[in-house]
Design a protein around this ligand. Structure first.
Ligand SMILES: [Zn+2]
Length: 450
């Protein structure tokens, strides 16, 4: 299969290996043996020749090898809307800017071009897997497979017509068609992505709960993102959103709850008991002034917290390195505790915790024999990351994306010395220029636009 491009065994020899499990460990003078799409061994360099005589060696001096980062909340195609509307509250940003723009440009061509731009950016920033929430997941999945990137693509459900589907039934029909089309594709997983409790009805949620159980897939949902959502839910449904989801059978370990800035201390034990995964998007929450997810308290209570970038229209980049840093910093300033979310914990949240939430903990998220070879190397010999007292501290607090040098997904080298091997960078840039023009023209012509 060309997307996994199985190759013979070779040994990667970085200066350091951060396997992520166990948390905080840094290995020196170790080789990571990759055979085909999987990691075959992690061994001291001194023992490499004995166990793997004559193996091809790839020297990676001054580099640290980490598991590929897992971006747990993306709207990839929105990379084309980066910087379209900034400095607005969530509802005005959505209703007056983003949704009118999407209404005009939405379709397979836009999703193809936007997803390609997002993937190019994410791969070059060390991200090897993303959990996507957007329309035309079939188109996005084709782009992801062609790019050699791993992803979980959502089947969208929202309570109004869009170019993807007119009616609730059509959302389910098209989503399930997409699921059947890609269910056997090794780099693609699927999920349900109901937009939010305020935009999806009880009937659709109940149907999602049943189907997600039957298909054994996650439900990826914007939840308690911004102020007012509890009050409006009480007014419309007579229930707190968590009570409503519970009654509809959705408050459980399938639920990937994105944002969660509007929760209080009383909600935390309940989320932990239910096994809900929380996806923290600090840049987006800060930019839209949505609020602060109490990450340190959730983590202490045993909730699996992972990290996402959200779409580039509300971030405005897709850097998980930046998001890790923001996670660690925001947890400290919001709790008044500089020990909250230490660097190694932030790195776990951006890797193994995401893998766990997706039900892929045995396959990705750490460097261990038997796992998929989803890997990234970061060079630490630059001005910005010298000297190196603590490798994990450098990764979380100092490394810019531009120091990610090489990336592998399922053993395939998709970034080589910062060059994309599966995407044509010039073509991606040219397509961005064309879409900027098309979007500007479309919005300029539309009275509902900005
Ligand atoms: Zn989002």
């Amino acid at each position: 299969m060309n997307q996994t491009a199985a190759q013979g065994a070779r040994a990667l020899l970085p200066r350091w290996v951060v396997p992520v499990v166990p948390e905080g460990r840094v290995l020196e003078d170790h080789a990571v043996v990759v055979d085909g799409e999987r990691i075959a061994a992690v061994v001291p360099v001194a023992e490499l020749e004995a166990g793997h005589p004559g193996i091809e060696r790839l020297e990676l001096p001054d580099r640290v090898l980490i598991p590929g980062l897992v971006n747990m909340h993306a709207h990839s195609a929105m990379a084309l809307l980066r910087g379209l509307a900034d400095d607005l509250p969530l509802m005005r940003w959505l209703h007056e800017n983003i949704w009118p723009a999407e209404k005009i440009i939405m379709g397979p061509d836009y999703v193809r071009a936007g997803t390609r731009l997002a993937i190019a950016e994410m791969l070059r920033a060390g991200t090897t897997c993303f959990n996507d929430n957007y329309f035309f997941p079939d188109v996005a999945a084709e782009v992801a497979v062609a790019s050699g990137m791993r992803s979980v693509m959502g089947m969208p459900v929202i309570g109004f017509p869009t170019p993807w589907a007119e009616t609730e039934d059509e959302y389910f029909r098209r989503g399930l068609e997409f699921h059947r089309q890609f269910v056997d594709q090794p780099l693609i997983g699927t999920s349900f992505v109901p937009h939010a409790p305020y935009s999806v009805g009880d009937g659709a949620f109940a149907r999602i709960a049943q189907l997600a159980g039957e298909l054994d897939i996650p439900v990826h949902l914007h939840l308690l993102e911004a102020p007012g959502e509890v009050e409006s839910s009480r007014a419309e449904h007579g229930l707190h959103p968590l009570d409503r989801l519970d009654a509809l059978g959705l408050l459980g370990p399938r639920l990937l709850a994105v944002h969660m800035t509007q929760i209080d201390a009383g909600d935390i034990p309940r989320l932990a008991r239910a096994g809900v995964h929380v996806i923290h998007c600090p840049d987006s929450n800060m930019k839209l002034a949505s609020g602060i997810c109490p990450v340190a308290d959730l983590d202490a209570a045993g909730v699996n917290v992972c990290i996402g970038t959200d779409g580039a229209a509300s971030n405005n980049d897709l850097s998980l390195l930046a998001e890790m840093r923001q996670t660690a910093l925001l947890a400290k300033v919001s709790s008044g505790n500089p020990e909250a979310v230490p660097a190694a914990r932030a790195l776990s949240m951006a890797t193994i915790h995401g893998a766990r939430a997706l039900g892929m903990e045995d396959e990705i998220g750490s460097i261990a024999p038997g796992k998929q070879a989803d890997l990234a190397t970061i060079r630490l010999d630059r001005i910005e990351t010298q000297p190196v007292f603590d490798v994990i501290s450098q990764i979380v607090y100092a490394v810019p994306d531009s120091q990610v040098t090489d990336v592998w997904v399922a053993g395939r080298r998709v970034v080589e010395s910062r060059e994309l091997t599966t995407l044509d960078e010039a073509e991606v840039l040219e397509s961005c220029r064309e879409w900027q023009q098309r979007i500007s023209t479309a919005i300029g012509d539309d009275p509902g636009g900005t």
